[in-house]
Design a binder for this molecule. Structure first.
Ligand code: AMP
Length: 534
């Protein structure tokens, strides 16, 4: 039997009611803070994540679902593209394109002749120095055998010729022409949402609005992690971001505090209590180099005892050492310098202002100086909400500021801050049950006797039009079976639709909890069921 892939799972009813509940509440709360929805693709170019999340992070170095998308173009496909582009100049040259798009008489040497002009074409999916040299030798042979006006072309897909190949081609009089044919590209299923949102922000020039963009996204993320309770390979995040030009106030500590207060509000709305907001500042481009230096110096004596990842990261990106989860490394990590002691004056003031504002709106927090988060783009405020009920994977959500991210992706200066709630873990931490957040169907309609399906369908349509949730039975069922089905689906009432009832225009309405049965005129059925809703 074919099963779901390890680390993925199906969400089935009634549990999906909990997911719907959480998402509906999130949308409601976000609306109160004027956030609007954004939807970005679930796959992006791999480079986006490498450049934003960071090459040295666990996510990028080990956990991404990445593939080469597309196949190498057939080299011959380049020829029709080239001929179409040069159609006008090639008048007088004899070219025949067969219906399949292949060049007929020109193969195999791919040369076009008109008078004394000879065009020799080579097609390659990637230009190499060797190809350029071969073409040059061939050109020399042609000239030696008396051809005049020989032009040598090397056709490659766009982006498939390096600088050194271009240099060699100029010396050898070979013309490289890049053509727009599809070539494979490296793509990745999104492991997180912020990079895609910032990419979209830049691509659609949202900075131009001069306003803060308050955006949220709900959807699946993908990481190849070792599956365990609360950790999946496809999981869902509820993500929100505030991003904009500095003139819109995007760097203000009040944006950080408002976002955290919104989270506290949201958790309260869905009935999650007992969370802890852990807060830290991871500094900025000004103070990070000093801190990295201090980390490297402190790590120097112990680094040989640490795991392989730490040993590498101590050199390439020492901040990532703080993110190491290997238990044996923790005593060493505990003694490392704290970023908070290295903050420059503006980062220190910013962090203090965030804390003051949180106190003003009564959002409790604790400082966790070890908190760095698993992604490189964070600056200044970094946070996580943890919850005791979750065991080892106790972070329900995390986020932080990313003031330099847009610029590092080639965009404008657009500081921002955001968070991602792990929806799978949030649902685990809920104390509500699926039954508590979903309404049972109002009525099960039981057609009684052959031919009654049509009458029942008509009544169902009338009731649904009045907002009654109806499940329709079948006239092949005996009454006993219909009533059993009605109880099993949790319907509050059964409505019996027999020949006599239809004729009389009144129906037997059976309360399935009490067993009580009354006869109700057709026009009053919906009202009766609505008025008695729990
Ligand atoms: P991150 O994007 O790593 O900051 O994660 C934000 C939140 O997403 C975490 O606090 C978790 O609640 C959740 N999360 C991250 N990875 C997973 C996973 N593999 N399975 C389930 N939830 C996850």
């Amino acid at each position: 039997m074919i099963k779901s892939v390890r680390g993925t799972r199906d969400l089935l009813p009634p549990d999906t009611a909990l997911w719907n509940f959480v998402e509906a509440e999130a949308r409601d709360v976000f609306r109160l803070y004027n956030f609007r929805e954004i939807r970005t693709p679930i796959f992006e170019q791999t480079e986006l994540f490498a450049r934003s999340v960071g090459e040295e992070t666990d996510i990028v170095s080990k956990e991404m679902y990445t593939w080469e998308d597309g196949i190498e173009p057939a080299e011959l496909d380049l020829l029709p593209a080239w001929i179409a582009k040069h159609r006008d100049e090639l008048k007088g040259f004899e070219i025949e394109i067969s219906p399949e798009g292949k060049i007929g008489p020109i193969r195999p040497d791919l040369s076009l002749r008109s008078g004394s002009t000879l065009i020799s074409l080579e097609t390659k999916s990637r230009a190499s120095l060797e190809t350029v040299r071969q073409l040059a030798r061939y050109g020399a042979e042609l000239e030696a055998s008396g051809s005049r006006d020989v032009r040598l072309y090397l056709l490659v897909p766009t982006g498939r010729a390096t600088e050194s190949v271009y240099r060699a081609s100029r010396e050898a009089n070979v013309i490289i022409e890049e053509l727009d044919v599809e070539i494979p590209q490296s793509l990745t299923l999104r492991p997180e949402a912020t990079a895609g949102i910032v990419r979209a922000y830049i691509e659609h020039d949202l900075n131009r609005t001069g306003l803060l963009q308050r955006l949220y996204l709900i959807g699946p993320m993908f990481r190849r992690e070792r599956p365990q309770k609360g950790r999946y390979r496809q999981f869902f995040q509820i993500d929100a971001e505030v991003i904009g030009p500095p003139t819109a106030g995007s760097e203000s500590p009040s944006v950080d505090a408002e976002l955290l207060e919104m989270l506290a509000k949201f958790l309260e709305r869905i009935g999650i209590t007992g969370w802890t907001l852990e807060l830290n500042s991871v500094g900025c481009a000004n103070d990070r180099p000093k801190f990295n230096e201090a980390l490297r110096a402190a790590l120097a004596k112990d680094i040989d005892k640490m795991c392989e990842d730490c040993r590498r990261r101590a050199v390439t990106n020492p901040l990532r050492v703080l993110d190491c989860k290997v238990p044996e490394d923790q005593p060493i990590i505990e003694k490392l310098p704290r970023m908070l002691d290295y903050l420059d004056e503006s980062c220190r003031q910013h962090f203090q202002a965030v804390q003051d504002l949180l106190a003003a709106v009564s959002v409790p927090y604790v400082i966790n100086a070890r908190l760095v988060r698993g992604l490189d783009y964070y600056t200044r405020t970094a946070f996580e909400f943890t919850h005791g009920a979750l065991g080892a994977q106790n972070a329900i959500l995390g986020g932080g500021r990313y003031d330099g991210l847009s610029e590092s992706l080639g965009g404008p200066k657009a500081p921002g801050i955001g968070f991602a709630i792990g929806e799978d873990r949030l649902v685990l931490a809920l104390s509500k049950t699926a039954e508590e957040v979903s309404a049972p169907p109002d009525a099960y309609i039981a057609p009684l006797g052959a031919g009654m399906n049509r009458k029942a369908a008509k009544l169902a349509r009338e009731l649904r039009r009045q907002g009654i949730v109806v499940e329709l039975g079948d006239d092949s069922f005996r009454l006993k079976k219909s009533l059993e089905s009605a109880s099993k689906i949790g319907a509050r009432y059964a409505v019996i639709v027999g020949e006599n009832e239809v004729k009389a225009g009144s129906f037997a309405l059976k309360n399935l909890a009490t067993g009580e049965q009354v006869t109700v005129p057709r026009a009053e059925l919906a009202g009766r069921m609505q008025s008695l809703r729990g």
